[in-house]
Design a protein around this ligand. Structure first.
Ligand SMILES: CC(C)(COP(=O)(O)OP(=O)(O)OC[C@H]1O[C@@H](n2cnc3c(N)ncnc32)[C@H](O)[C@@H]1OP(=O)(O)O)[C@@H](O)C(=O)NCCC(=O)NCCS
Length: 132
């Protein structure tokens, strides 16, 4: 099974459709940008994943973060985000629901805006990209 198929299966464990397919929503978002699928494997199975979008030079969007429910609360979400922050340096932005905000705060993200029940969050791991 290819990585996208594995990711799709993962999203279905976290968000069983109907009413709507989380995977198709994420797929239509990420297709607008150059992107990569970051993931975590355990015993040859994808247990966590998300998309990293290249929104601009040193500006990244994080979308569709999912950890297999069986593995949640064991540090894998944090590990996934740390993997991304190690690989890319710059400014990361994401949008999340109120119930997940705390997870991203723990990783170092800051809320910059709240609107319609959503939190808009930012993380900077290389301030030199703001060199003007
Ligand atoms: C949200 C999610 C990605 C977190 O991954 P995880 O592997 O369960 O989180 P971790 O075990 O790495 O947790 C890291 C820290 O964040 C905290 N945390 C994790 N989820 C949290 C939540 N929903 N609310 C508050 N704190 C949370 C943990 O307690 C832990 O704190 P600690 O370092 O003080 O021990 C995962 O639970 C998930 O996939 N949820 C369903 C899908 C989803 O909502 N995705 C987010 C889309 S924006």
């Amino acid at each position: 099974m290819d990585l996208i198929e594995q990711y799709k299966e993962l999203t279905e464990k976290c968000y069983p459709a109907p009413p709507k397919s989380f995977f198709s929503e994420i797929k239509s978002i990420v297709q607008k940008y150059p992107h990569r699928l970051e993931h975590i494997m355990e015993e040859d199975k994808m247990i966590g994943g998300c998309f990293v979008l290249e929104l601009g030079k040193n500006i990244y969007g994080i979308s569709g973060v999912v950890i297999d429910p069986k593995y949640q609360g064991k540090g894998y979400g944090k590990k996934l985000m740390e993997k991304i922050h190690k690989e890319d340096r710059g400014i990361f932005i994401l949008k999340c629901n109120q119930n997940i905000k705390e997870f991203y705060l723990k990783i170092g993200y800051k809320v910059i805006k709240q609107k319609g029940g959503k939190n808009y969050m930012v993380y900077i791991n290389n301030s030199e990209v703001i060199d003007f």
